[in-house]
Each structure stands twice: as C-alpha cells, then as structure tokens.
Design a protein around this ligand. Sequence first.
Ligand code: HEM
Length: 496
Amino acid sequence: MTLIRATLVISLLVYALYVVLNIHKRKRFPPSPTGFPILGHLYLLAGKNPHQHLQKLAKKYGPMMYVQLGLVPAIVISSVDAAEKVLKTYDHIFASRPHSEASQYLSYGQKNLIFAKYGVYWRNMRKLCTVHLLSNHKINSFQSMRKQELQLLIESIKKEADHDRVVVDLSARILSLNANLTCLMIFGKKCMDEDLDKREFKAIVQDVVDLASTPNLGDFFPFLGVIDLQGLNRKLKDLSMVFDEFLERIIDEHVEYHDRDQTKDFVDTMMDIMQSGEAEFQFDRRHVKAILLDMLLAAMDTTASTAEWILTELLRHPQVMKKLQNELQEVVGLERMVEEPDMENLNYLNMVVNEGLRLHPAVPLFFHEAMEDCVVDDFHIQKGTRIIINCYAIHRDPNVWPDPEKFFPERFVGSSIDFRGRDFQLLPFGSGRRSCPGMQLGVTIVRLMVAQLVHCFEWELPNGIDACDLDIDEKFGMVTCREKPLLAMPTYRLKK
Ligand code: HEM
C-alpha cells in the first residue's frame, strides 16, 4: 500500500514538473482529444481494440492527432498523406523505435532488429538479415520443404474429409502448419512442446507476443519500469529464460551435427557468418540468438492470422471462393496440388490476399520514434515523440477505398496498388526504412496456404453457424487474432 501511495505521489510530482516545463516551450501541436491528468490518453491503448478506438477519434481530430501517453508524447497517423510524410518525406527522422521494456528481455541487450534504435548497428544487422536470411534466393531454397509440409496437411485433412461431415478446426491447422514451416526454416526441425520446458510451443510464442504488445506502464513512466506494477517484466523475463535455454540447445546441436548437404537453416547461416567474421561488426552467439528470436516472433502469428482471416472472408463470401476455385482449376487443374511457380499466374488469388491484408492487417498499429525536433504540416513534433501508424484506419479510409468495410477483391483489378506500401494506401508491412523485411516470405506463405486449402477442398460451415455469424471480433495486441476458432467442413475436390 505504502509503495503504491509513494508511486502515485512521485508520478504526480513528475507530471506537474513536466506540465510546467512544457508551458514555456508550447508550440503548435496537432489536435488532441481530452486526456486525464497523469495518464493522459493511455486509456486509449488499454482497451481491446486500440486501432479501432484511434480510428474513431481520428475522424474527429484529424489524420495527425496528438495523444499524451503518460510522459510520452505521441502522434497518431491515420491517412495516406500523413503516412507518406512520416514514412517517406521525413523517414530519416522517424525511422527509430521507441523505448520498450519488453525489448530488454527479448533483444539480448539491444542486439536484435525489431526493437533496435535507428543507427549503424540497425543498418548493419538489417542488411545482414535481408541478404542472408530473407533474400528471394534464401526463401526459394525452402520451397520443397513448404511443399512437403503442405502435402502432409492436405493428406491429413483429406483422411478426415473421407468421414462424413467432419468439422475441422482451421485456425489450429493453420497455426500448426505455420509453426512447422517457421521452425523448419529457422531451426531446421519442427519444434515440439518438450523443446520449451514441456510447455506448448505455440502457446508460449503467443504469450510472448501478447506480453510484448500489452501496454507496459514502464514504457510511459520510465521510473516505473523497475517497479513492474503489472508484473509484465517478470513474466517476460521467465519466458525469455525458457527461450534462451532452447536457443542455446539448438545452437549446440547445430555445432555438433553440421550436415553440409542439407539446405542451410537460419541457425546454420548465422553460425557461418559468426565463424567467418564477415559481419564487419561484433557478432557473437548473443547476436545469433537475438536474430533467431526476432524471426520466430515476427513470423509465427502474423502469417497465420493473415491466412486465417482470408479464409474467414472466403467462407463469408462464397461467390469469391468459387471465383478463386475457378481460377485455380483453370491455371492448375484438378489433377495436382498448387505449386509455388503457379503463383505468378494466379491474379485473382493475389487480389484476394491483398484484400485480406487490407481489411485485416496483422499489425494494425506500428510504432516509430522521432529522432529530432521537426515540423510536419505546420505541426511541431518534438524529439522522442512516438509515431503510431494506424494502418487499420488508412486501409478503411472511405476517401481512398470506396465501400471500405466490404471484402471486395475486384477493387484491385487494373490497380497498381500492392502490399509493398509504395503508395501508402496499403501498408500491412509498413513502408520505408523500417518496413517489414519478411514481407515477401509472409506473402508467399499466405498465398500458398490459402490457394492450397481452397483448391483441394470445398469448405462448408458446420450446422448452426451462419456465414455472417463468423466471429470478426479482434483481440487486443499487435497481432489481431480471432477469438473463436474457425471451424469448417471439408470435401476433397482433386481427382486423386
Ligand atoms: C503476413 C505477415 C507479416 C506481416 C503483416 C508483417 C508486418 C510487419 C510490420 C507492420 C512491421 C513494422 C513496419 C514498420 O515499423 O514500419 C514489421 C517489421 C518486421 N518484420 Fe514483419 N510482418 C510479417 C511477416 C514477417 C516475417 C515472415 C518475418 C521474418 C521471418 C518478419 C520480420 C520482421 C522484422 C525483422 C521486422 C522489423 C524490421 C525493422 O525494424 O527494421 N515479418 N512486420
């Protein structure tokens, strides 16, 4: 009790000091909703769907909206023009990441990429990852592994589909397939529950993503970090130790049994770089572990939740599903499964995936930080301001997207807009210096999963579930997941 009271008094004093100091240097800031004393607008991040709350507020306060998150000033970006300003025109100023308590436990002392401050270290590490891990050449080297895993999934669903009216949990299947694809690519083996302290592997990864994306008071009141009032740091520390043990074991195994003939997984590649000294910057086992953890956390939920949302929309829009099946039948035929080289001829599939990424971006809010004071559209943005890009709001802006709430892949017919974010209308992977280096890999996997599941099976909703009932409630977090599993009944379509 005494600790809480003392904390409150200190917060009040620091806040008062902060307000007084700021009065003297008040400049023109973007419009802002009314906030609470001390907490400011932190409540906006604490709800279930912060991207939706911020989208509603932006309609009233504009596409550049000022919010005070505890002691941290922040600007929420909600339009194409404003996004272009921060991700292109002033990208050199806004390309850093804000302080995050979570990063202390997940980045091996700021050695990873996702949380890294902008600078020489980030640039070198990013180059290393894009050249050695996420290049087209590297992604293609895992093609046969992806084919094999998809075949296994299709075979297992086919066996079930032979029984009459079986219900398949598509959410679980997609999550599991994506976990296998990710682990095989990064670690060269599928991850089993016993690998992580006998706890369920996928659930632990999900826990870490959830904890890292829950607003931590220490991020907004730095002096509260050590007190850890929400207990988030303690939980993250525990989980990071479980991961560290796992990563150490995996690296040891790779050092011991190095099979030169096998496709090199990410551990092999990183260990080769470490041993050769070609990194041109200090690069030891801690750097290897930090990047492996980055790749695992960045790839697992994002890709699976995107594929799951697209399948949900296809179940809700049977005419789109039929059109996609017709395209697949025409290009691939019913004699065989879809293969990666088919993708370039599947235009409608690409539109379906773009539309899924638009309506359900897996990372609806992403965070940058201003590295120096600057003025954008006459508004003053001070050094250290958090820049929150609300791509969910941009993707549903009626000025850019007619009938924005509708799932309508045909809107991309004849359009040059695509997921890379070059025109700032579709930003599921961000844009500019900090854009997602795994976008090509993510899109390849999503396209493949959706194409294969739709090509091989006819899907029907179980009795009692209506297409419009399909739960589209989104869970809080960086990654928007469904709350209920996606259930559907398959009938095999292919000729063998
Ligand atoms: C559908 C799947 C995915 C989506 C929607 C997605 C989305 C994003 C977004 C929005 C960002 C932040 C961009 C910004 O701050 O401007 C990001 C960053 C990042 N993503 Fe992805 N991502 C996906 C898959 C992947 C995959 C498969 C990998 C790697 C295996 C990956 C690795 C990363 C990394 C390392 C960063 C940090 C980059 C940096 O800070 O320089 N992502 N991603």
